[in-house]
Design a protein around this ligand. Structure first.
Ligand SMILES: Nc1ncnc2c1ncn2[C@@H]1O[C@H](COP(=O)(O)OP(=O)(O)OP(=O)(O)O)[C@@H](O)[C@H]1O
Ligand code: SF4
Ligand SMILES: [Mg+2]
Length: 336
């Protein structure tokens, strides 16, 4: 049996910047690119939920799209169920599309309003020719029941535009799981939904993970959401992970100064721990012109001259927890 596991190794996605003749004239055009994802590695086991957090523009969506082959990686290896997807030809990538799915943030934009529910959910089965044609409507009916749209008969022939936000997101989830995928990415799956229905959608996703063994990747700004639904988490800053580990551990006891600042700005996350709010000064630097040394140095309250000399490696800081900060180095003089 093939291993249902996602392996991401040193993946990069750089977008070339076409800034016209000026840069070519001055000879610095060639190095210009947006380093949206700049060397990311992690694994997701079968049935595991991995979370990605970080400020807007740090590369979360680009990382997901690169893993799903919606963007071609600049570098690195991505293995899904034992197959290296970066080596696949067009036909193989098309076949992969039924095995990896994405649930989008906005249930109003991501569903085609001209489709009925059955047409929208059945489309992946038709595109990938999955299952006998005369059984597909029944497969859709069962899937709608699975995602909590009951009785499914009441929804099948409704237009998606007639549904509420929560119902639409359930239809989006039904479409994502109807082809029995092994890997589902949820990019801010509930941020556009009414607060009152967020918990039920998250519970549904979690049930699907445990019942079907689907591996999940959650992307969110909301650390308390990630703590709740994810086994492990990666904190991203300017295209790289600065901290990874079990989600409860990283959020309860963050080791990297950036994670500490993120956690401190979400006080309800752990009401038992008193934490002073750490204000981050400055803006996120430009991903075209990265700072030298530690990428977080221009905003880090702990930064010293040494931090600007070279980019720190990841250090093991606790069981399965790693942090990219020079302060963890035994050789580093804490008084400097
Ligand atoms: N097609 C593209 N061409 C050029 N730059 C891009 C492209 N797509 C994304 N970027 C840039 O890459 C960086 C990462 O963008 P990305 O959308 O992945 O961030 P994000 O973490 O998902 O942000 P958000 O939380 O706002 O969704 C940004 O600087 C963005 O402007
Ligand atoms: S290496 Fe220095 S600048 Fe970077 S996070 Fe650690 S202390 Fe801050
Ligand atoms: Mg995004």
């Amino acid at each position: 049996m093939t291993e249902r596991k996602i392996q991401v190794r040193d993946v990069k996605k750089h977008f070339p910047v076409d800034d016209g003749a000026l840069s070519n004239l001055f000879g610095f055009g060639e190095d210009q690119s947006v380093k949206a994802v700049d060397g990311v590695s992690f694994d997701i086991d079968e049935g595991e939920a991995f979370g990605i957090a970080g400020e807007s523009g740090c590369g979360k969506t680009t990382l997901a799209e690169t893993i799903l082959q919606l963007e071609e990686p600049t570098d690195g290896e991505i293995t899904i169920d034992g197959r290296d997807v970066t080596e696949m030809d067009k036909g193989e990538i098309n076949a992969l599309r039924s095995d990896v799915q994405i649930i989008q943030q906005d249930p109003y934009q991501s569903l085609n309003p001209r489709f009925t529910v059955v047409q929208w959910v059945q489309e992946p089965l038709d595109i990938h020719d999955i299952g006998p044609k005369d059984e597909r409507r029944e497969t859709v009916r069962e899937t709608l029941a699975e995602v909590g749209l009951r009785p499914p008969e009441n929804y099948m022939d409704e237009y998606t535009s007639e549904l509420s936000g929560g119902e639409r997101q359930r239809v989006g989830i039904a479409r994502a799981i109807v082809s029995n995928p092994s890997f589902v990415v949820c990019d801010e799956p509930v941020s556009m939904l009414d607060v009152s229905i967020r918990a039920s959608i998250l519970r549904l996703l979690d049930d699907l993970r445990t019942e079907k063994g689907i591996s999940f990747m959650y992307i969110s700004h909301d650390l308390s959401l990630l703590k709740h639904v994810c086994d492990r988490i990666g904190i991203m800053y300017l295209g790289r992970f600065v901290e990874t580990g079990p989600s409860t551990q990283v959020i309860n006891d963050p080791q990297h100064p950036y994670t500490q600042a993120l956690v401190s700005s979400t006080p309800i996350i752990n009401p038992d721990v008193e934490r002073d709010r750490i204000e981050l000064s400055g803006e996120v630097p430009d991903p075209i012109d990265l700072p030298s040394g530690c990428r977080f140095a221009p905003r880090c309250p702990e930064a010293s001259e040494e931090c600007r000399e070279g980019e720190p490696r990841m250090y093991d800081v606790a069981a399965d927890q790693r942090s990219r900060c020079i302060l963890h180095d035994d050789q580093y003089d804490l008084s400097s």
